[in-house]
Design a protein around this ligand. Structure first.
Ligand code: LER
Ligand code: MN
Length: 272
């Protein structure tokens, strides 16, 4: 069964970013519960920012799960990334992600590598960065596996990375490099910019599709833009997708309206 998730950001430096709820984890859990969501995706500044006891209590009180935990603060706050030519900075990036993997795993939630993948430097060329990315994903994928969760890698649009912009290219890279326990995050916003056909991109990624940022063409709630969702739903059914769809959307006009519109569209597209 496809499960319904919504994002919350606790990262001050990410203000203005595409997250539905902001600042108050408990309020996000409670409103999401009231609206009928299954889970919350958490974007936190560090692995120790959220009080574990409080989070365990919120999960218990609401019955919601943690869908995934983001690592982007490593980039947004500290400019750490996996392609850094400076080995000590690269190791810091790997350490930052490892800590978040361990935190998430305590709650059965996989970590997402999005902006922390970084980008290659044109003077140095792409190959060296792809090596670093491959090595890091192998190490971190194993680390996640040892803790019983997958690791999620997110191709981004061309303005955010020059490594992988399309699902099929990223899937090919994971297979060719024999990178284990790493699945792909399909973000409809990035895909709308990069893919020729969104439904076919899902067919190409197939079982490697591990998580979805479900959002409209303008990065607002599903239904507030002009994406054609029906062919996407058809493709998801074909590949047997049964993970989360998570609203990583701008809170326009406000978080509550965004969360309400999203789950209304979720229910129309994925009736239970
Ligand atoms: C960034 O554009 C994004 O989509 C996030 O999920 C990754 O950090
Ligand atoms: Mn995303």
């Amino acid at each position: 069964m496809i499960r319904f998730a919504v994002t919350v950001s606790l990262v001050e430096q990410a203000r203005g970013g595409p997250f539905v709820y902001w600042d108050d984890l408990a309020a996000a859990f409670h409103e999401a519960k009231e609206l009928g969501y299954d889970a919350i995706e958490i974007f936190a500044p560090t692995a120790t920012h959220v009080d574990r006891t409080e989070l365990r209590q919120l999960i218990q009180d609401t019955g919601l799960q943690v869908a995934a935990v983001g690592t982007g603060a490593g980039m947004v706050v500290h400019q750490l990334h996996l392609c850094d030519a400076d080995e000590s900075r690269r190791n810091k990036a790997i350490g930052f992600i490892s800590d978040i993997i361990e935190w998430g795993a305590e709650f059965n939630a996989p970590a997402i590598i999005g902006s922390m993948q970084g980008r290659f430097d044109k003077a140095e060329g792409k190959e060296a960065s792809l090596r670093r990315l491959s090595d890091a994903l192998k190490t971190l994928g194993k680390h996640a596996g040892d803790r019983g969760v997958p690791l999620i890698y997110e191709p981004l649009n061309r303005y955010e990375t020059n490594l992988f912009n399309k699902l099929a290219d990223a899937a090919e890279f994971l297979k060719q490099e024999k990178i284990e326990n790493v699945v792909l995050l399909a973000d409809l916003f990035h895909m709308n910019i990069e893919e020729s056909n969104l439904a076919d991109a899902f067919r190409a990624a197939g079982k490697l599709t591990g998580h979805i940022h479900f959002v409209d063409s303008n990065r607002q709630a599903a239904g507030f833009g002009h994406l054609d969702f029906e062919p996407i739903v058809e493709a998801l059914n074909e590949i047997g997708y049964d993970g989360y769809i998570s609203a990583e959307a701008f809170p326009i006009p406000d978080p509550s309206a965004t969360a309400r519109q999203t789950i209304k569209r979720y229910r129309e597209l994925f009736p239970r």
